[in-house]
Design a protein around this ligand. Structure first.
Ligand SMILES: [Zn+2]
Length: 475
């Protein structure tokens, strides 16, 4: 008998890890595969789980298959290797390239965190240690093995898999597993994160060819539910975005946009270019101030996954790295120089929730001036500085100082890379047949439960919300 066990992203949106354990019915364990190996992020109670061991020894896992590069799906890989894993990590080529910048950066942040706790004696551990270092993250990249979309990869006599498109971020995939247990065949589909549906009108400005692969068929579906209780706004954000930028520049202010360096920043830069070329906003300097942003643009240009709109922009105006007035600031000095300029400018900088990174310097400098605009284009998790600013906090603490919030604050919710509830249901309606059972993961309890109800009533499928460490027999 074979099983699926949920070792993360059960009742929460981070820490994705799903184990497939194959067996021959005699109790002897066969091949073991981990689908995704993500970090728990957010509240402390979850982050502490990053320090727990898996219920099985890491060296007994035979393979890891990765859906996409986001750290809540990939960021625990260096830790798994520290615990003795030495097998292959299968991913699409763009996912491997993106992990090449995201994992070492994550190691760097872990080291910075540990150093902070040691300086301020704020950890119960002495000394506080990083979960893994930048070097350890760098070393694990040699275990990655590329598998192209659609290619069938046989891992053992009983298990093979194939990546199909998830359209969530560059290189993102769903994993179709075929299990052959004692003459019985089972198909398992792990969605990872699911992108916006095929109709680009509901996700304007999408830089990727949109739409997850349709007409799927499986016996067991393990599906994300991040936006299981939400609907994204469907209006085009460009008129509102142009008006916000024009008004700010007219009053002599600058625009600060906290944004994740990979994907969200690129998507926003493409939209700014489009607005400038169509004379909807003035041609002021635009700074992409993040050490990862250049590498991310280079990776984007290497792969042909762009939407038609984005391809047209690139054909007309070339690489974003060459656009006049667009600056990619690599060093700390470049970053500091932006603040010396008195002229209005647009600064796109990470981290996206203002929890750290260079955006903090820009916020500290620009928040006290009512001429400026701070614009949020991504989800702000409760407890983060971004959440406080977005929700009208009169002041926020940055680098130990209280900074008054006098700048205009605005948010646009159309930039999401996750399908919302109606889009998820649309996609599910394309399935060839009803899966035997669906398990919802990667959602807060309210979102997962609401999606479960929506799927039960509109599709009459058998849907369960996955529980942490729950073991499901595949029969
Ligand atoms: Zn993701």
């Amino acid at each position: 008998m074979s099983y699926i066990q949920f070792l993360g992203a059960a009742g929460v949106v981070t820490g994705s890890k799903h184990l497939i354990i194959t067996g021959d019915g005699t109790g002897k364990i066969g091949f073991q595969v981990l689908i995704d190996c993500g970090l728990f992020q957010g509240q402390k109670e979850w982050r502490e789980r990053n320090w727990h061991d898996l219920p099985i020894p890491a060296r007994e896992i035979d393979a890891v298959i990765l859906t996409h590069a986001h750290l809540d799906h990939s960021g625990w890989i260096p830790r798994l290797i520290k615990q003795g894993y030495s097998g292959p990590i299968y991913a699409t080529p763009p996912t491997i390239d993106l992990c090449g910048i995201l994992l070492p950066d994550s190691g760097h942040l872990q080291e910075e965190d540990a150093a902070f706790h040691n300086r301020h004696k704020t950890s119960k551990h002495d000394p506080a240690l990083p979960l893994y270092t930048m070097q350890e993250a760098q070393n694990c990249l040699s275990l990655f093995r590329p598998v192209n979309f659609g290619e069938n990869k046989q891992l053992s006599s009983e298990l093979s898999f194939r990546f199909v498109r998830a359209a969530h971020i560059l290189g993102s995939s769903m994993v179709e597993i075929t299990l052959n247990g004692g003459g019985a065949y089972f198909r398992l589909l792990f969605t990872g994160d699911i992108g916006r549906v095929r109709n680009s009108k509901v996700s304007p400005g999408h830089v990727l060819r949109s739409g997850p692969t349709e007409h799927e068929r499986c016996d067991y579906l393990v599906m994300e539910s991040t936006y299981g209780n939400r609907e994204h706004p469907h209006n085009d954000p460009r008129p509102e975005l142009s008006a916000l930028i024009r008004t700010t520049l007219q009053r002599g202010g600058s625009v600060v946009v906290p944004a994740f360096a990979v994907e969200r920043t690129q998507k926003f830069l493409f939209m700014l270019k489009d607005l400038m070329e169509s004379d909807q906003i003035p041609r002021v300097p635009v700074h992409a101030d993040s050490p990862m942003a250049i590498k991310a643009v280079q990776i984007f240009l290497k792969y042909d996954e762009f939407s038609e709109d984005t391809n047209t922009l690139i054909e007309k105006y070339g690489s974003p790295l060459e656009w006049p007035n667009f600056y990619f600031d690599q060093t700390q000095q470049d970053s500091k120089r932006i603040n010396e300029s008195a002229y209005p400018t647009i600064i796109v900088s990470s981290s996206g929730m203002a929890t750290g990174g260079r955006v903090l310097h820009h916020l500290a400098q620009r928040l006290p001036d009512p001429r400026n605009l701070v614009l949020f284009i991504g989800f702000q998790a409760p407890g983060t500085r971004g959440f406080q600013i977005k929700n009208s906090a009169p002041e926020v603490k940055i680098f130990g100082q209280l900074v008054p919030v006098r700048a205009q604050i605005a948010a646009l919710d159309q930039f999401s890379d996750h399908a919302d509830t109606p889009e998820l249901l649309d996609w599910l309606h394309t399935f060839q047949a009803k899966p035997k059972q669906t398990f919802l993961v990667h959602g807060e309890p309210a979102a997962a439960t609401q999606l479960q109800q929506a799927m039960t009533s509109s599709l009459a499928w058998n849907v369960e919300v996955a529980a942490y460490k729950q073991k499901v027999p595949i029969t």
